[in-house]
Design a protein around this ligand. Structure first.
Ligand code: SF4
Length: 466
């Protein structure tokens, strides 16, 4: 962990209750998470509590960053669960911790059932929408958004409008580099069928552009770089204006992602001035047919138009694709290679990142099978074709995504495997098959405000048009 600016060193008094904020993955990801920074600041602003951070690569997750205090000297531990692959580490820490254990984050909003036996409470909602003190004082009484494992229905706490951005933040060397994190929006107006963001963070909300620029300005002396964070940042109605203002303040800026259909000459000019080095676009699929199936709303023309505008100004680009989409054939896989070849004509250094589709709870794809063997064959096919075309590709390990699928769609039984040192695909086969649409699902008890019938309709519609 490199040097960081601004960590809070609260003066110790013995009446203070200690809260451990646990991110069961590397420091790099944890420090780049603005939600965690928000909780950290809110707790430390309370008179009766002090909060310190834990990361899996700092003292193996068992001592705090601030004071190297062992976790068992804390009264409460708040776990932030962002990815299914963090469950094993979270469980390892939770099993050794004797105090009150509360978990939150996107995985909890998705489906906390596999983790039911390792935590006292789960919080289903966004941090700004809750009273943190009420949660820390909580003794399993009636708190909105709390799941203790007993409730038959839990409504996600109603999300609030995004008010003022967090002013104070720790500046560390995180996933976006050493920078000020600017969360410009939450939720997404798009309707990609594989994506859980549109469901668990709805409705889409944007932060005031002047407030964003003000926060950046106040941090300018500490850093030269700003990260603009949102599920789809270029959809912010004043995205270019924010970018322009940050450039004028002398910032290098990197947005968390770009949408090909939002790229025009003006944006390319701004990104160039903002010192952006590497571009990423997510066509998700190679063929128009597959992109329609996932409802990405981006055409090949959009991708080619974007890269033609980038050409000459940017030297490298990364393209994200998924495999294992419904009705996908080998022609659709070849279309990935063909699209990459076309992009290469404009930008020579093209890298592909290829991941299998994880059918996520709360999405219209939640019932889909995850076929490990078929995916391995498809991944090998792509590996060969891309090698032949001289295109660099990072193809994820299919087994890892199978485990992610099983944990995200899992029940209490699969939770038992989390105590094992390693989960094998053979242990989780039952969780990878297609799920009948009329089945009761472990996560049905969470009310995110959508109607399940709508997801069924969308899922069945796919099969009727094919
Ligand atoms: S994949 Fe991106 S654009 Fe599509 S719904 Fe999710 S966040 Fe929005």
């Amino acid at each position: 962990m490199a040097l960081e600016f601004n960590p809070i060193q609260k003066k110790w008094r013995k009446e203070l209750r200690r809260v451990a904020l646990v991110y069961p993955n590397r420091y790099r990801g944890g420090i780049a998470n603005i939600g965690l920074q928000q909780i950290y600041c809110e707790i430390n602003a309370l008179d009766n509590f002090v909060c310190e951070r834990f990361y899996s690569d700092v003292f193996n997750g068992f001592r705090s960053v601030e004071s190297a205090t062992p976790i068992n000297e804390f009264d409460i531990a708040l776990f932030s669960l962002q990815y299914e692959q963090d469950y094993s580490k979270a469980v390892e820490i939770a099993k050794k911790f004797k105090g009150l254990k509360i978990a939150g984050g996107p995985c909890v909003m998705e489906n906390p059932v596999p983790l039911k036996n390792f935590f006292d409470f789960f919080f289903i909602g966004e941090i700004e929408a809750c009273n943190v003190e009420e949660i820390l004082e909580c003794d399993k009484t009636d708190i909105k958004g709390m799941f203790t494992g007993e409730e038959s229905m839990v409504k996600r706490v109603k999300p609030l409008k995004l008010e003022k951005h967090l002013e104070y933040q720790i500046i560390g060397n995180g996933a976006y580099g050493r920078c000020v994190l600017l969360e410009i929006g939450r939720g997404c107006k798009r309707r990609c069928r594989f994506c859980i963001v549109r469901q668990i963070y709805s409705p889409v909300r944007w932060r005031n552009s002047e407030n964003i620029v003000e926060v950046a300005k106040n941090n300018r002396k500490k850093v030269e770089k700003a990260a603009l964070i949102a599920p789809s940042p270029t959809d912010h109605p004043k995205f270019k204006e924010i970018l322009q203002n940050l450039i004028e303040l002398g910032f290098k800026v990197s947005p968390s992602s770009l949408r090909a259909d939002m790229v025009d000459e003006e944006l390319v000019e701004l990104l160039n001035k903002a010192g952006l080095k590497s571009l990423t676009l997510a066509p998700e699929a190679g063929s128009e047919r597959m992109r329609e199936i996932v409802n990405k709303g981006i055409s090949e023309e959009d991708v080619i138009n974007a890269v033609s505008l980038f050409s000459g100004k940017f030297k490298k680009i990364k393209l994200y694709f998924m495999i294992g989409l419904p009705f996908e054939g080998y022609d659709d896989l070849k279309a990935i290679v063909e699209l990459a070849k076309k992009v290469k004509k404009y930008i020579n250094r093209v890298t592909l990142s290829i991941n299998p589709l994880v059918p996520k709870p709360h999405t219209p794809f939640q019932w889909l099978p995850f076929d490990v063997e078929e995916l391995k064959v498809k991944a090998d096919f792509l590996r060969k074709e891309l090698r032949r075309a001289n295109i660099k590709a990072e193809i994820s390990k299919i087994e890892e995504f199978a485990i992610q699928t099983a944990l995200s769609r899992g029940d209490e039984k699969i939770g038992r495997l989390l105590s094992k040192s390693r989960i094998k695909v053979g242990d989780i086969k039952d969780y990878l098959s297609e799920i009948p649409v009329d089945s009761e699902l472990p996560w049905d008890f969470i009310d995110h405000g959508y109607k399940k019938e709508r997801l069924i309709k969308e899922y069945e519609h796919l099969y009727s048009v094919e």
